[in-house]
Structures are given as structure tokens and as C-alpha cells.
Design a protein. Structure first.
Length: 296
């Protein structure tokens, strides 16, 4: 643990369910702006988001990094359940909780989301009036762009699992699970060539499970954060991965340009490359510089 910050275990509640968070506090004698953070599709906070939080905290920012309900260290009986509406509720509850803390500067709330949660922070930034600035990293923005990245073979193979999972709803929560990440052509939410790079982000002894209910595909059908980008009035940093298959760069940039105070930068890597090594170092330095500017 760095002597530049401390990390505390904190619980908050979303619709009556306990959510687990880590509160990072810089070792300074003042209240600092706080960055609220959560991971992407089906992931947990240990999958390199803690590395971002540590660097933010060392740079003088408090961080509030949480697991969604039904994932990781948070409660929720329906494990691995991905529901956009409920995840946005978790975000709102996290922001409302931490802004009241006497350990942070609740008047300067920042957001950081990556991949699917990159889309969530776009949505939140368009709707909440208490957010100072946002970083959306390799954000999911466009349903059609993401769907176009999957091979037709994958879609065809998935249909029976989706139907079976929806039928299972008639008898309660007995989900038909599919892999979250796998090779192209396989039955998975993210059947992409670089899926192994995603699995490399998983540390030993973590709570990550490489499965989600097949019904998760329907969440993409009804959710496109790009429809909100033009309503984002605060400074927002779009980190775009130039070789991204899951969140294609061209579609992301087109959406990002609709935001009035957008900063857009491309990183020459794939969707999962920005979490590690030189692209992580480049990106985290850019994010800190961005937050330093907007909170000065």
C-alpha cells in the first residue's frame, strides 16, 4: 500500500442491497475531489480498475470504486445479473452516498467509467447536475456498432440460449448462462479475437466469473448511450482505442463529437490494451492532467 494514500472498505446500499466499495483517500490534510468508479460488462473492481484508483489517489484524488449489485464483493442473490437500469441506480446511489462523506470534497464529483460503464458515465453526465467532469474510457456508445463486431455465426448460435433463458424467467431466476468472453464464433457476450487479453486482467483469487445470463444480450438492444452525448454539458474526456473491436473507434468518435466540451484522444491499442503497460501509463497521465485542469 502506498504511503501516499489509504484505502478503506465502505458499504452503501442500492435499493436495499449492500454494495461494496473501496474509498481511496490521499494522505493530505484537506478534502479532495472524489472520482466515482465502476467496471465494465461483467467485470469486478480488481480487474485493473484498482490500478487506476491507486494512481488517481497518489495524484491527490479521492476515489470511490465499487462493485455492482450481484457482482464481486457486493450482495445480490441473482449473481452475474446485468441490468442497465439497476446498474445506473447503483451509480446514482454511489454518487449520492460519497458526496455526503465528510472525508471528501462532495462539491467536486468526478466520474470514471470504462467499456460498458464508460457508457454509463456518459448517461449520468447528461442527466445529473452535480458532476464536475467525466472520463469515459473505451466507452460502449452504439448498439449497432458493437453488434456489427460480432460474427453472424455467433449470433445464430446464441439464439437458442437466449430463448431458453427467457423461458426460464417463467419459473423464477434460473438463468441459462453463457460465457462473457470467448473466441470469435463461440457462444459468448464478447466473442472477439482479443478476448484472452481481457482474461489476463483477472488476478488470482478474485471473484470474477466468466459467465452471464444469455438474456444480457437484450440489454444492448435497448441501451445506446450515444443518444445522450449531445446532452453532456460538462467537460468529458473520451479515451478511444483505435483498434477496438467491441467499441469501434469511428462510431465512438462520431458520438463523442456531439458533446460540447469533449476532449477526444485515440490510443493505438485494442479494447483491453488500455488497461496495461504503456497504454495504461499514457492514459492515466492524460486523465490526471484532464482532472487537474477541470478542478483547478
Amino acid at each position: 500500500m502506498s504511503n501516499k494514500f489509504i484505502r478503506e472498505d465502505v458499504d452503501f446500499y442500492s435499493d436495499g442491497t449492500r454494495c461494496s466499495a473501496w474509498l481511496y483517500l490521499p494522505a493530505v490534510d484537506k478534502k479532495c475531489p472524489v472520482i466515482v468508479m465502476a467496471h465494465g460488462l461483467g467485470s469486478v473492481r480488481e480487474m485493473r480498475l484498482d490500478a487506476y484508483a491507486e494512481r488517481f489517489a497518489a495524484a491527490g484524488y479521492a476515489c470511490f470504486l465499487f462493485d455492482y449489485r450481484h457482482f464481486g464483493a457486493s450482495d445480490g442473490n441473482r449473481r452475474q445479473w446485468i441490468n442497465v437500469k439497476k446498474q445506473l441506480e447503483d451509480w446514482n446511489c454511489a454518487v449520492d452516498f460519497v458526496k455526503k462523506s465528510d472525508k471528501v470534497d462532495g462539491g467536486r464529483i468526478l466520474l470514471f467509467g470504462s467499456s460498458f460503464s464508460g457508457g454509463h458515465v456518459i448517461t449520468l453526465s447528461s442527466k445529473r447536475k452535480d458532476i464536475t467532469a467525466t472520463v469515459a474510457q473505451c466507452p460502449y456508445t452504439n448498439t449497432f456498432a458493437t453488434a456489427g463486431s460480432l460474427k453472424p455465426k455467433t449470433t445464430v448460435k446464441t439464439i437458442p440460449f437466449l430463448i431458453a433463458d427467457l423461458l426460464s424467467c417463467l419459473t423464477g431466476y434460473h438463468p441459462v448462462m453463457i460465457k462473457l468472453g470467448s473466441a470469435p464464433g463461440e457462444v459468448a457476450m464478447m466473442a472477439v479475437p482479443d478476448y484472452k487479453d481481457a482474461l489476463k486482467l483477472v488476478p488470482e483469487n478474485t471473484t470474477f466469473i466468466n459467465k452471464v445470463p444469455a438474456r444480457t444480450f437484450l440489454e444492448f438492444v435497448k441501451y445506446s448511450p450515444c443518444r445522450y452525448t449531445e446532452d453532456v454539458a460538462i467537460p468529458i474526456y473520451y479515451a478511444v482505442c483505435a483498434k477496438d473491436v467491441l467499441a469501434p473507434a469511428k462510431a465512438t468518435i462520431k458520438c463523442a463529437k456531439r458533446s460540447g466540451k469533449a476532449t477526444i484522444k485515440e490510443y493505438n491499442c485494442g479494447h483491453f490494451g488500455i488497461y496495461v503497460e504503456e497504454f495504461f501509463e499514457e492514459a492515466i497521465a492524460d486523465y490526471i492532467a484532464f482532472f487537474d485542469t477541470v478542478t483547478a
